[in-house]
Design a protein around this ligand. Structure first.
Ligand code: NDP
Length: 296
């Protein structure tokens, strides 16, 4: 058996097309142009790349994109003051502060300063709680992207056993909430889980969010399972030449593909979905701020 490759890049393109349609309708019918403000502190090259592609894709779907680049030595007070101004700004419907912030700034203070109505990353306690009890609002971007790919692949997820490996606030825990809402039986594994291979072997759905290159082996996968690989790890690739590297996921994709029913590749799987879901969240917050029902 060779697994179907789930094309996240293609799905994200289609999603961005649908989002552009929602933006056009908000403009035409309600005179609202959704605006997303992205704040970056310092010059971390990976963060710069993420922020540039977020700004580019925001503009491509017809939203207003506002980028704030602050020096690495900006004070916490100055950053919190910028967030306060963005909270007040009527043209801004989404605020994202690129993490990680430099060590002299408390990330929790930053998160708590963001108005939950504009918290498109779904980091604030208010929005985490809303996801848990099923109220409308933004949903954590990467787990939302994973859920969309799973629904597209499987239709109903009801009754399936999903095993999530990783329990971070960013991925594992919100993924658990979303799969539970879709009536999966959910197991969340982590670094203290005993006999992880045996746990994963029970899964109809595997979501790997560990941050360890190719840790999930092919013989851990139940035949026919759907595997969502969230991991993004850079490893040495001497076969490409001296000093070269390449990206791999948390799953041994080649081996798992022999057993799984479908699998996301790295790159080109979950990664592209994350930014598309950020834009989807901005439509949600722009709608809710203006008293409109967000598109489903
Ligand atoms: P974290 O480091 O915050 O969490 C990793 C989780 O994996 C923890 O819960 C940890 O357990 C668990 N873990 C670590 N080692 C093991 C092990 N040996 N066995 C079982 N569980 C283990 O990572 P994130 O959730 O932020 O990210 C996970 C991966 O996803 C990373 O590769 C990251 O780059 C990627 N990522 C990709 C995104 C995308 O857009 N595609 C977006 C966000 C992240 P414990 O809690 O016990 O320490």
């Amino acid at each position: 058996m060779t697994a179907k490759i789930i094309d996240g890049k293609r799905f994200a393109e289609d999603l961005r097309g649908r989002i552009a349609g929602h933006v056009a309708r908000l403009k035409a019918e309600h005179d609202i142009t959704p605006g997303l403000a992205v704040v970056i502190v310092g010059e971390d090259p990976a963060s710069q790349v993420y922020v540039s592609s977020k700004a580019k894709q925001t503009a491509e779907v017809g939203m207003n994109s506002y980028k704030y680049e602050l020096p690495a030595d900006v004070t916490e007070v100055e950053l919190l003051e910028l967030i306060r101004r963005l909270n007040e700004d009527k043209a801004v419907h989404g605020i994202l502060v690129q993490m990680p912030v430099p060590k002299h700034i408390d990330p929790n203070k930053v998160i708590e300063a963001i108005d939950p109505a504009k918290d498109v990353d779904c980091f604030t306690p208010a929005n985490v709680g809303k996801v848990q009890i099923g109220l409308p609002g933004p949903v954590s971007c990467t787990p939302l992207g994973c859920l969309m790919l799973l629904r597209d692949e499987l239709g109903s997820l009801e009754g399936m056993h999903a095993v999530i490996i990783g329990r971070s606030n960013l991925v594992g825990k919100p993924m658990m909430q979303l799969l539970l809402r879709d009536n999966c039986t959910v197991t969340v594994a982590h670094s203290r889980t005993k006999d992880l291979a045996a746990v994963v072997r029970q899964a109809d759905i595997v979501v790997a969010a560990v941050g360890r290159p190719q840790m999930i082996k092919g013989d851990w996968i139940k035949p026919g399972a759907v595997v969502i690989d969230v991991g993004i790890n850079r490893i040495d690739a001497p076969e490409r030449g001296e000093g070269k590297t390449r990206l791999v996921g948390d799953v041994d994709t080649a081996a798992a593909s022999e057993v799984a029913g479908a699998i996301t590749p790295v790159p080109g799987g979950v990664g592209p979905m994350t930014i598309a879901c950020l834009l989807a969240n901005t439509i949600t917050t722009a709608s809710l701020i203006n008293g409109l029902t967000p598109p489903s």
